[in-house]
Ligand binder design. Structure first.
Ligand SMILES: Nc1ncnc2c1ncn2[C@@H]1O[C@H](COP(=O)(O)OP(=O)(O)OP(=O)(O)O)[C@@H](O)[C@H]1O
Ligand SMILES: [Mg+2]
Length: 373
């Protein structure tokens, strides 16, 4: 019997495609590891050699260990998918155990190849895609159903009650307006996500950008009886930005802040050097005194279609131009993609009951202190 693992590995590598992409090990019948690749080390979160160590040290899931032992006992090859893997819930591994035979004689060796394919990320992406399609179908179907219903009612009213018919026509227009806005946002998001939207990056004055967006949103804030103010540090800062796209991010953030803050509350939009990285980055922020966002929801609000309180959002009226129009949960997803396309980061902080602060960074191209202006 060949005790040494000086056999020609590449034959096994050919038999097991993907070996270089996935964690791979060769163990003996006593479960001791003889060969491993760097992916295996990464999976087990170590940079040390795995050689000479029992695989039981790294794989603790009893079902996986049993699979390996069965293959050893029966000298057969098996491939199984296991949830939970080693690292706990949510991890999905496909484990393949294959007995190795001598290259020339075909005689069985006492070595076994183990490949662990980590499907966790793949499964997560599959779930995200399914959710996305379910969400988009729902968002499109709801207004479509109401357009159909309104059209049917309109048919009945058109001869008998022209005034009511007019009201139905307006409602249909509102729904169509909402649908068009939704489809436009979706197309924009997909263009930004796939990198098709070319950012027209130029040096832009941060303070000016903030003041312009504030002026644009002031009428909405007044209508909603929310006080709108700015917090701008002295001096002039030029950031590398596509001003139209960044204005859109600020508008989205302000729109949310005004929408979710009850009358009598206040919203601040501002800009200042990013703390800890003053020379390279500038922060932009929107702070409100609204209801805040529960901590467990915070990581999800930048996802497409994610809304914290679906029931409440659904109850919003959908008048074109009103604050409640839209509300499909795409605003923050667009904001995140635009900021990241600029090389910046966006985050949300919140204390439920007290308010939320959304902050994003942009690269600085030049700072001119107040006394040099
Ligand atoms: N300032 C805020 N205060 C409280 N909750 C917020 C705030 N901003 C966002 N949220 C929560 O995050 C969710 C996602 O926001 P996002 O802007 O992506 O969607 P939306 O405003 O519901 O719809 P859209 O922006 O497409 O019109 C909101 O539905 C809301 O639940
Ligand atoms: Mg929004």
């Amino acid at each position: 019997m060949n005790d040494k693992i000086d056999i020609d590995y590449h034959i096994f590598f050919e038999q097991l495609p993907g070996v270089f992409r996935w964690p791979f090990m060769i163990i003996d019948t006593g479960l001791v590891i003889h060969y491993f690749n760097t992916r295996a080390q990464a999976l087990f979160e170590t940079s040390a050699s795995l050689a000479g160590i029992s695989i039981e040290r790294f794989i603790t899931n009893p079902a996986i260990l049993q699979l390996i032992r069965q293959c050893i006992e029966t000298r057969s090859s098996r491939s199984e998918e296991h949830s939970g893997g080693n690292a706990g819930a949510g991890v999905e591994w496909n484990i393949t155990v294959t007995p190795l035979a001598h290259e020339k004689t075909g005689k069985m060796l006492r070595f076994f190849a183990i490949v662990i394919e980590d499907f966790t990320e793949l499964r997560r992406l599959e779930r995200a895609r399914r959710d996305f399609i379910a969400n988009i179908s729902h968002e499109l179907r709801t207004p479509l159903a109401s357009v159909r219903l309104l059209a049917e009612t309109l048919e009945d009213a058109i001869d008998t009650d022209p005034e009511q018919a007019q009201a139905f026509v307006e409602k249909i227009e509102n729904e169509v307006y909402h649908l068009t806005a939704l489809v436009t946002e979706l197309l924009d998001l997909s263009r930004i996500e796939s990198g098709q939207t070319l950012m027209n990056i130029e040096p832009v004055e941060a303070e000016l950008l903030v003041r312009e967006v504030m002026a644009r949103m002031l009428p909405q804030a007044q209508r909603h009886r929310v006080q709108l103010g700015t917090e701008i540090e002295q001096g002039k800062t030029l950031v590398a930005a596509d001003s139209k796209q960044i204005a859109r991010v600020l508008v989205n953030l302000l729109h949310n802040a005004i929408k979710f803050t009850p009358s009598g509350g206040s919203v601040i939009i501002g800009t200042r050097p990013h703390s800890g990285d003053e020379s390279k980055a500038q922060s932009f922020f929107v702070r409100d005194t609204g209801p805040g966002i529960p901590p467990e929801e915070l990581p999800r609000i930048f996802e497409r279609f994610y809304k914290v309180n679906r029931a409440r959002s659904k109850a919003d009226s959908r008048l074109p131009g009103s604050l409640e129009s839209g509300g499909s949960g795409l605003g923050l997803a667009i904001a995140r993609h635009v900021v990241e396309a600029h090389g910046g980061r966006i985050k949300a902080e919140s204390t439920p009951g007290q308010g939320s602060t959304f902050t994003f960074t942009l690269p600085v191209t030049r700072r001119i202190p107040a006394h040099q202006q």
